[in-house]
Design a protein around this ligand. Sequence first.
Ligand code: FAD
Length: 270
Amino acid sequence: MENIFRIIVCIKQVPGTTEIKINPETNTLVREGIETVINPFDTYAIEEGVRIKERMQQSGSEAEVTAITMGPAQSESILREAISLGADKAILLSDRAFAGADTWATALTLKNAVKKLEGWRLIILGKQTLDGDTGQVGPELAHMLNIPFIGYASSIEHISGQKITVKRLAEDRYETFEVRLPAAISVGKDINVPRVPSLRGKLKAKNETIPVLNIADLSMDEKDAGLSGSYTQVIKIFTPKHVYEVKMIEGSPDEQAEELFTKLKQLNIV
Ligand SMILES: Cc1cc2nc3c(=O)[nH]c(=O)nc-3n(C[C@H](O)[C@H](O)[C@H](O)COP(=O)(O)OP(=O)(O)OC[C@H]3O[C@@H](n4cnc5c(N)ncnc54)[C@H](O)[C@@H]3O)c2cc1C
């Protein structure tokens, strides 16, 4: 088998608008017919994958970036965007059976796809999505693949064919981890500045044939995918109403200060 350092980047299509609609039957987001974008953190994941590929190529090794998404047919558009940003290949995981997946079912579907790819050494994910926003898929996928996971990577200090050293920002300090490959990492906005698509990238994206894998291709059982394979279900999505009550404090400055202090104390603010 040729010695190519294969990098997989998981990307998700998310609503590009706050005008979201909920399917009243399944309580899942209506994703058809609304403006959609690549999940912002995933553009940093794509960029980091392409930078590692370039680093590998500069040191004489072959490397390749494959972007994967699980989503409806329309999410092919974000894969073409990933190719225009430097990914070499793309795979769409699409089947009605995948609809309504929670993070576990999403991770399991991605795991089955990754298992079909040979020679992959690193999986890069965004730290979280704009819509589900759980940050759970990365660690779940790594758990299912039984590989190390480093979340919130801020920089790749070193990478070779066998191991990776990652620095990440914790609460109030930086932590550095070195793990054996294969491994998975998630990235935030501080890891790089995503490039803009090149003309060559756009042309490649336009002409690329993107394979679509369905549930049979992934040798998955319907009971493990989508809504039926989900341990959690979103039962209601709503925008919390913020009730603002305005009360003018009367009296002399001292009386006003006194009353304000009393109120703040009652609210345990001071
Ligand atoms: C408002 C809302 C709330 C939700 N709450 C929950 C919940 O509490 N628990 C739950 O289990 N599910 C929940 N879901 C469903 C959840 O969004 C989906 O399971 C989703 O596919 C993955 O979860 P996430 O969006 O939180 O991803 P995250 O874990 O935040 O995503 C992290 C990274 O994983 C990768 N990734 C995520 N989804 C995909 C994909 N489809 N294809 C390829 N890569 C991907 C991307 O790199 C992404 O940056 C919610 C959905 C919505 C819309």
